[in-house]
Design a binder for this molecule. Structure first.
Ligand code: GDP
Length: 327
């Protein structure tokens, strides 16, 4: 199977589901820069992020569709005629997945099945790159790679695993170009404040500014492999342009605890952590993932992909950003 090289990219049309999430705008920007015509799928008529997206990536075309609605996906594929689809559409917050497990499964799990069926019906030659998640590994001990046993610990992880297996199954059943990027936690100033690293950098900035008195957190002893979102989005593009469909871990290979992250941010602000940090058992999850640390050797070997930023720089970037926004 020949991959689309740099010369053919100019005529390529890409569709991104989940365009309003952290990765959507970075990916749209990178694809537009590379010469792709880029479409982004949004839910609802007046999406609150539509204007923001359009300002960030003026070349982006926004279309309406919903992973819950099969016919909307068929319509979007007919309308945009993409050669490549990046499926970033999902409910992505693990914490809420216990509150709305069925909705989580409908969107995050079944959504990709609907998308694959739409591709199969409209044009089975479309390439799909699906965003899988390190949450699928759950309780499997680090380091995790493409061969590690999946053992999800939340309704989110289970839904993501269903989506992952469905992509692999369509690749094997129908010979479709359907790939996955098993993405470990990745962040940026565009990351939602509900995720722990942004919650920490944002709240500590507010404490420093005298507008907050506490940082309330749940489990401080989980370990994560935090990467830089623009790096991961580049990985998605490399996977789409690779000669063959496959599964690739995108990670940094470094693991740090939530506790360590909190300490670093307080240190940067020169504030005493013990004065402001409150452990709140209500923020602990029914089950948590203890430790994630990815081995990205396959992506490096086959795609030439490497992360450019790691924990130290990432924490610094976020801390400085969230402080500058306030100061
Ligand atoms: P996840 O790895 O996709 O679940 O990303 P999160 O940023 O939501 O959570 C990372 C880790 O931080 C998990 O082990 C959470 O249990 C832990 N954590 C501790 N306190 C909090 C909190 O207040 N909010 C969030 N989101 N996570 C927390």
């Amino acid at each position: 199977m020949g991959g689309p090289g740099p010369d053919t990219v100019r005529d390529m049309r890409a569709l991104i589901t989940g365009i309003a999430g952290q990765d959507g705008s970075y990916l749209a920007g990178q694809l537009a820069m590379a010469g792709y015509e880029v479409y982004g799928m949004l839910r609802g008529q007046r999406h609150p992020k539509a204007e923001w997206l359009q300002e960030l990536v003026p070349e982006l075309h926004l279309v309406q569709g919903d992973l819950l609605d099969q016919s909307s996906l068929i319509n979007v594929l007919k309308e945009t005629e993409p050669q490549v689809i990046f499926n970033l559409g999902a409910l992505t917050y693990v914490g809420m997945s216990w509150q709305q497990p069925a909705l989580m499964t409908e969107v995050t799990g079944l959504g990709v099945l609907r998308l694959l069926e739409a591709i199969r019906m409209i044009n089975p030659d479309i390439r799909l790159v699906h965003a899988s998640s390190s949450e699928q590994f759950g309780s499997s001990a680090p380091p995790q790679d493409e061969t590690t046993r999946f053992w999800p610990r939340s309704p989110y992880g289970v839904a993501k695993l269903m989506a992952h297996h469905t992509v692999v199954n369509y690749r094997e059943s129908y010979g479709m170009f359907a790939s996955t990027a098993i993405m470990f936690n990745h962040t940026s100033p565009r990351r939602g404040l509900e995720f722990v690293e942004r919650k920490i950098t944002n709240t500590v900035a507010w404490i420093h500014a005298g507008r907050h008195t506490q940082l309330r957190l749940g489990n401080l002893d989980s370990y994560r492999d935090w990467g830089w979102a623009p790096d991961y989005v580049k990985g998605l593009r490399l996977i789409a342009e690779h000669s063959d469909p496959d599964d690739f871990v995108l990670a940094t290979g470094e693991m740090h605890s939530v506790r360590e992250l909190v300490q670093k941010v307080f240190d940067w602000h020169k504030l005493p952590v013990e004065q402001f940090l409150v452990h709140d058992p209500a923020l602990e999850r029914p089950a948590d993932v203890e430790a994630l640390c990815g081995n990205y050797g396959k992506a490096e070997r086959l795609l030439g992909w490497q992360p450019t930023l790691r924990f130290e720089q990432i924490v610094e970037e976020l801390t400085v950003h969230d402080w500058q926004v306030l100061a």
